[in-house]
Design a protein around this ligand. Structure first.
Ligand SMILES: NC(=O)c1ccc[n+]([C@@H]2O[C@H](COP(=O)([O-])OP(=O)(O)OC[C@H]3O[C@@H](n4cnc5c(N)ncnc54)[C@H](O)[C@@H]3O)[C@@H](O)[C@H]2O)c1
Length: 377
């Protein structure tokens, strides 16, 4: 088992979580370099986390610090370009979500991976840890039975001031609202647990917030295994929760948390008459390792050690991005969308707002706060 040389690019909010979690990987990672375009932020971050290499440019970092893995913690619009730069230099990439702003951008990764021989992985930390692995094994198996109906809610609250940052809330910088930026973690886990989806029907709307994107989306999804799920991604919800519930033939599987979870956040309820089989199956699983960034880092090192494809690698990250594109396509065209339908030439292949259609639909349907204020006493 080797120790990997890691660099962090972008030293803002989530970078601190990466740096802290790297210290929880049993010495498997050495944080050798950091990069930011903001000198002050870079200096403070490097000092706090005792990082020897400091760079204002990713190209210099790649050339001089020679990392094995680069963690991309920059704003969403930079992920794909920086990922390609690293991959072409033969350096593995762990990119924060969303992996790209469009499927067209994402598909540029394939050539870069082939050219440099390195691999891409996306941070979807909720997939990792023992409980998610146990649920994935048991859902659809003999003890829990076939999944029939599910819901997946990311009900978060962001005040108007959240959108004061100039890049926030724009299609160009973030590729969307709570669908791309917030609920993506939760529905990524749902897709991880339920497998491929077939058809989606969705609504996206701007109910209240000062953003150019949606602040709410809601979807109805049919999966290949027959399960039907509802998904809500909201930034409007004062009592915040993140929930997944999957009702299988013999057990209900529930995860309820906010921004991260431990095994204690999972509840398993047996159908009448199936208590023994369900309880024995769940309690027979290893349930020690919690979820989170460190769990994903360790899984990544394990795959690299063994020469296996990275977990949450390009293929599965693309599936989650395709799901987001399909949600927007359905919401803005008013039609159901099937998996595999969004390909080159489709308006939603090149961008999540379908060549401006999203912005137009949201504008037409936006809840008109100004008008409401003008008419209220
Ligand atoms: N996985 C999670 O749970 C989670 C949570 C929060 C944020 N995120 C994601 O992490 C990413 C960063 O979010 P944040 O909240 O940390 O943002 P942030 O604005 O706090 O930090 C971004 C940093 O990147 C730097 N930067 C900007 N352009 C750069 C460039 N070209 N090269 C190098 N550095 C550059 C900025 O100066 C800033 O320090 C986003 O994609 C966000 O969606 C993920």
């Amino acid at each position: 088992m080797r120790t990997y040389r890691v660099a962090i690019v972008g030293t803002g909010g989530i970078a601190a979580v990466h740096a802290d979690n790297l210290t929880r990987t049993n010495g498997r990672a050495e944080l050798v370099a950091a990069c930011d375009v903001d000198q002050g932020r870079l200096d403070a971050f490097a000092e706090k986390h005792s990082i020897p290499g400091m760079y204002l440019s990713l190209a210099d970092l790649l050339a001089e610090a020679k990392p094995d893995i680069v963690h991309l913690c920059t704003p969403p619009m930079f992920h794909i370009g920086q990922a390609i730069e690293c991959l072409e230099a033969g350096v593995h990439v762990l990119s924060e979500k969303p992996p790209a702003l469009s499927l067209a951008d994402f598909d540029r990764l394939e050539t870069a991976q082939a050219k440099g021989g390195a691999q891409f992985s996306c941070v979807f930390q909720h997939r990792f840890g023992d409980a998610a692995a146990a649920a994935r094994r048991l859902i659809g198996g003999g003890d829990f039975g076939r999944p029939l109906v599910a819901r997946c809610d990311t009900l978060w609250y962001r005040p108007d001031s959240y959108w004061e940052l100039p890049w926030r809330g724009t299609w160009e910088a973030e590729g969307g609202g709570p669908t791309m930026g917030h609920g993506i973690h939760q529905f990524d886990l749902l897709l991880h647990l339920l497998g491929p989806w077939e058809e989606i029907t969705a609504i996206a709307s701007r109910q209240a917030r000062p953003t150019s994107t949606e602040d709410l989306s809601a979807a109805l999804v049919r999966f290949s295994n027959g399960a039907v799920a509802t998904i809500i991604n909201s930034l409007l919800s004062p009592r915040e929760t993140s929930d997944i519930r999957i009702d299988c033939e013999f057990a209900t599987v529930e995860l309820s948390h906010l921004y991260g979870y431990s095994t204690d956040n999972w509840t398993i309820t047996a159908a009448p008459g199936h208590e023994d089989q369900v309880g024995t199956a769940w309690n027979g699983e290893p349930l020690d390792q919690g979820s989170g960034h460190a769990a994903q880092f360790l899984a990544m090192y394990g795959a690299l050690d063994a020469g296996r494809p990275l977990p949450a690698g390009a293929d599965s990250a693309r599936q989650t991005l395709e799901f987001a594109a399909a949600l927007y396509a359905s919401a803005f065209t008013g039609k159901s969308v099937h998996r595999g339908e969004i390909v080159t030439g489709h308006p939603f292949y090149g961008g999540m707002d379908g060549e401006g259609l999203g912005a137009k639909v949201l504008e037409e349907t936006a809840f008109n706060l100004t008008a409401l204020k003008a008419t209220s006493v």
